[in-house]
Design a protein around this ligand. Structure first.
Ligand code: WT7
Length: 658
């Protein structure tokens, strides 16, 4: 971490907001003062941007920390806020979604059409016996039905659990089981890298292990052959035949909206629970503030998948609550060519682009001449999310995509925070390449040492959040104790060291001389691969579940493209042959085994077959040393090693590429 600190502190470039943008910005500098004066009044003002069926009695109930209740007594319907009210206000003909399929097919969906689709889907959910208090798993490609399905659940008060379409049978079935879902909404498949990629077989296998599932609703996207069971219903034979009239019912501000699973340091994924009123307040406000959205003229595009929180908050709930016109794209950035993104920006005149550092670095690798061939003059705000963006990638983004005009907003947040927490405001902040800058109005973030003491400017430590915020997670589904242990017991009252409840984000951070925040990545053993959190323990468990593996240790090694890449050290079982071609085949098999168990994103970049692993005397694997090997560094302190000869064996294998 010290190396990163040194590099980042030498960054002195600074870019003030463009004058015209600043003059017309939705949010100006006074927002910080307003929020600092009366934080709860500030959030109440933001909640008033929404339409409530019943006004709240109390902004925040923090009498049972860390279990927050926001807008206590208030009632609203999220789908009404995202769809109906725009139609009622006369914007029914406005485009909500410009959808672009990977093969080049397109759909244009207005707010009036979205209302019809969501109402039909809501009626179908009711017909299938799904209502308030039930859970629905959504396993779909990036097609408009994904947003429709989420909104329909919200409309009837069912809690959705979206599972990323790239996840495997076991990832899907454990998530269905943990949430005890009644219904799965899926598709025959989606398009990826130029061909149809099946989803239904994965669902069939998962559902066979999930007795709670009563029905499976299947969208026909690719037209692939699918096996059919008596639980299956076609979307076009149910939803598209249903009545387009549906009256939304208001739900309590704390009604559970969705569960989204995120990897932790221990094996089992955590079901992060978000609720209704506070969540929508913060994602709606931040989408308006951070991107300076002008709903009448902007075309917004977030390139995330709906399976991640970014897709939830900044494709579905934030933009639609604000009445935005947005682009939604099904496929990969290199299909049919590496210019696909810039073609889309040019075609739809995208003015706000929100993407991830891993994609920016990939585009850098592909070459400046690709974006240079397109008219990108429509772009006026650029966003980044998912992991720290290194200054080099930030500058490339600014010069080659923003053409030195568009401000970059580097937004720090988490599945747990629900919405953006730390980010520049494009009309206010003078940005520094690589820094997420300052907490948004109404948010209190800090960097503390291991005694929970705030570090001075120039210091580094742990990122924490000091006051509850509207879109904070409410708990881990079914596991309040784990919620307390994971986020609240490291510092503050949860740890018995004071009255204040301090949220531990799990990230390292630094304050520079001006107090701007620089995020440094996870402090625990979670790897960040292409912006996705993957725990070392999960990958190790997957490896050890293979019959040829005795033991495994996994580390995240710095990778120029994906941020971190998974490198695994595996001890084969005694009777397993690892020589020559057989060893090579085993290596391939193990990588595929992990991809099959956890999903392709978790496939290790490299697997080393080793005779031993470095362990402490108490038997704890020293991942730090393996990381040194994986990153080709000389070894750090080996004195706590049980057997130091082990490292020689491992390093030798690494250098010969075995
Ligand atoms: C972790 C949360 C937020 C949606 C996507 C990821 C890292 C996220 C940034 C950023 C530095 C970032 C952190 C965080 N992260 N954004 N702008 N700068 N790091 O959501 O999967 O819950 O991961 O992503 O380490 O804790 P997530």
């Amino acid at each position: 971490m010290s190396e990163t600190l040194a590099n980042l502190s030498s960054e002195s470039r600074q870019f003030p907001p463009p004058e015209a943008l600043a003059a017309a910005a939705n949010v100006k500098a006074d927002a910080y003062e307003e929020a600092a004066g009366d934080r709860l009044a500030f959030w109440a003002t933001q909640a008033d941007r929404l339409t409530w069926a019943k006004k709240w009695d109390q902004v925040l109930d923090w009498s049972n920390p860390p279990f927050a209740k926001w807008f206590v007594g208030g009632e609203l319907n999220i789908a009404y806020n995202c769809v109906d009210r725009h139609v009622e206000a006369g914007h029914g003909d406005k485009v909500a979604i410009h959808w672009e399929g990977e093969p080049g097919d397109t759909r244009t969906i207005t707010y009036a059409e979205l209302l019809k689709l969501v109402s039909q889907a809501a009626n179908t959910l009711t017909d299938l016996g799904v209502g308030a208090g039930d859970r629905v798993a959504i396993y779909l490609p990036m097609i408009p039905e994904a947003a429709v399905a989420m909104l329909a659940c919200a409309r009837v008060g069912a809690t959705h659990s979206v599972v990323f379409g790239g996840f495997s049978v076991s990832a899907l079935s454990t998530r269905i089981q943990d949430a005890d879902a009644k219904l799965v909404i899926t598709a025959d498949g989606g398009y990826r890298r130029g061909k149809p990629s099946a989803l239904k077989p994965t669902v069939d296998e998962a559902v066979a292990q999930c007795p709670s599932i009563e029905n499976v609703l299947v969208v026909r996207r690719t037209g692939q052959d699918v096996a059919w069971t008596d639980k299956d219903k076609w979307w076009h034979e149910t939803v598209e035949q249903a009545s387009p009239e549906h009256k939304p019912q208001a739900f309590d501000a704390e009604h559970p909206l969705f569960i989204l699973y995120t990897s932790g340091t221990t094996g089992k994924p955590k079901g992060i629970l978000h609720t209704t009123g506070g969540y929508l307040t913060q994602v709606s406000y931040t989408h308006n503030a951070v991107f300076d959205l002008k709903p009448d003229t902007d075309v917004y595009w977030c390139t995330a998948d709906i399976g991640w929180v970014t897709g939830h908050s900044y494709i579905v709930y934030g933009p639609l609550s604000n009445g935005a016109t947005q682009v939604m794209y099904e496929g990969t950035p290199d299909t049919p060519g590496r210019d696909r993104f810039w073609q889309i920006v040019d075609k739809y005149k995208v003015s706000i682009l929100y993407t991830a550092p891993t994609l920016i670095r990939t585009m850098m690798k592909w070459g400046d001449d690709i974006p240079a061939g397109y008219d990108l003059s429509s772009l006026r705000v650029l966003g980044s999310v998912g992991e720290p963006i290194n200054p080099e990638a930030w500058m490339w983004y600014r010069e080659n995509i923003g053409r030195n005009r568009a401000p970059i907003v580097d937004t720090w947040w988490q599945t747990e925070t629900g919405g953006v927490m730390i980010s520049p405001l494009p009309g206010v902040t003078a940005t520094k390449p690589g820094s997420a800058m300052t907490p948004l109005p109404g948010i209190t973030a800090d960097v503390v040492d291991d005694q929970a003491q705030s570090v001075p400017n120039g210091g580094g430590g742990f990122l924490v959040l000091r006051d509850p915020w509207p879109s904070m997670l409410r708990t881990i589904w079914g596991d309040d104790q784990r919620f307390l242990d994971t986020y609240w017991s490291r510092f503050g009252a949860g740890a018995g060291t004071g009255d204040e409840w301090i949220y531990f984000a799990g990230d390292g951070a630094k304050k520079d001389e001006d107090g701007a925040l620089w995020l440094l990545g996870r402090v625990d053993d979670v790897m960040l691969v292409s912006g996705h959190n993957i725990s070392t323990t999960e990958v190790e468990s997957a490896l050890v579940s293979h019959p040829s593996v005795a033991e495994a240790a996994v580390v995240g090694a710095t990778d120029p493209t994906t941020g971190q890449a998974i490198v695994a050290f595996v001890i084969p079982r005694g009777n397993v042959d690892t020589e020559g071609d057989v060893g090579e085949q085993l290596n391939v098999d193990l990588r595929n085994h992990v991809a099959k168990t956890l999903g392709p994103i978790a496939k290790p970049r490299q697997i080393m077959l080793v005779p031993e692993l470095p362990k402490t005397r108490s038997g704890k694997i020293m991942r730090r040393l393996l990381k040194d090997v994986a990153e080709n560094r000389s070894l750090g302190d080996v004195t706590t090693l049980q057997d130091s000869a082990v490292m020689d064996l491992i390093s030798k294998g690494m250098n010969t590429g075995k």
